[in-house]
Design a protein around this ligand. Structure first.
Ligand code: BV8
Length: 253
């Protein structure tokens, strides 16, 4: 005799059933899925040297034009933090889920590369990747030479500043990432929004696009967001606990 399901377990059981029946799942992650790796989320107050700055004010072309050295140092500080963290059970559970369902497209707003480290394949980096450095002249293939200690370093081809390979506010999403995301959203049965405050567009508009195509909308987040009221299944918990529990639920009758 199965014990009666606790109220709190119902959404989890529902999600496991939806995942089991899905032909194509799209997952969108945000900074929250990396929180249990010890990385502050994008809108958590920053600590130390950067506590007086808001990321939204630093992650812009205007900030880089105004003070390239400060913005470069901020990214160097974030890259240093990244070197001391590892994927958490939430990242690994998504990588396992991708192995076990017919089709799963992972779109991440995160720039930390932790999904790839956990084994997820064909990750769509919607906002780029902080560990890659490119020339400010996007068309220039210039790469950073380790010997260049200037802040920011200069492109060895055209001498422009180098910059992190991320999408700043006011910049367009890379065409390939946008096109791959739209194709996945057009064909998915289940859309899972995990660890994002759902306030940054166009990523925050994906759930609506998926719903318009008939997908079931799922949100995993300890806090409510603008998406919560529209989602079909809301699981108010940390992804590092919820996602392994979904995997476990998949194995139960
Ligand atoms: C663009 C890279 C065209 C840099 C980032 C409407 C349509 C189009 C554009 C706009 C629009 N309205 C406004 C805009 C402009 C702007 C925008 O959206 N502004 C917002 C602030 C209103 N969008 C853009 O500029 C985009 N470009 O649209 O191009 C264009 C061109 C010119 C002019 C206009 C339009 C580009 C946006 C990309 C910006 N770059 N990052 C870098 O990292 O340095 S965005 C940044 O925010 C990060 O990538 C981050 O991932 C993303 C979203 O934040 P979240 O991931 O959600 O993180 P956050 O901290 O907010 O929330 C964490 C969540 O986790 C919380 O909900 C928390 O409860 C939860 N959580 C905590 N712990 C856990 C957890 N969840 C689960 N488990 C846990 N344990």
């Amino acid at each position: 005799m199965l014990r009666p399901m606790r109220e709190s377990e119902q959404p989890l059981r529902q999600l496991a059933d939806s995942v089991r029946d899905a032909g194509h799942i799209v997952v969108l992650t945000g900074a929250g899925i990396s929180a249990e790796s010890g990385l502050a989320t994008f809108r958590d107050p920053q600590d130390g040297l950067w506590s007086a700055h808001r990321p939204e004010d630093l992650a812009t072309p205007e900030a880089f034009a105004r003070d390239p050295q400060m913005v470069w140092r901020w990214y160097e500080w974030r890259r240093a933090r990244l070197r001391s963290v590892a994927p958490n059970p939430g990242h690994y559970a998504l990588a396992e889920l991708q192995q076990r369902v017919p089709s799963l497209t992972l779109i991440t707003q995160n720039v930390d590369g932790l999904h790839q480290q956990a084994g997820s394949r064909d990750v769509i980096e919607f906002h780029g990747n902080i560990t890659r450095t490119v020339c400010s002249n996007r068309s220039c293939p210039g790469q950073w030479h380790a010997g260049d200690q200037r802040e920011p370093p200069h492109c060895p081809v055209c001498d422009a500043f180098l910059r992190p390979d991320v999408v700043w506010f006011g910049e367009s999403i890379p065409v390939a990432a946008m096109q791959a995301s739209l194709a996945a959203l057009a064909a998915c049965d289940v859309f899972m929004s995990i660890g994002t405050s759902s306030v940054v567009y166009p990523a925050a508009g994906m759930a609506q696009q998926a719903a318009a195509n008939g997908a079931e909308i799922v949100e995993i987040n300890p806090n409510a967001t603008p998406l919560s009221s529209a989602a079909d299944i809301v699981i108010p918990g940390p992804s590092g606990e919820v996602l392994p529990a979904v995997i476990k639920q998949l194995d139960l009758p």
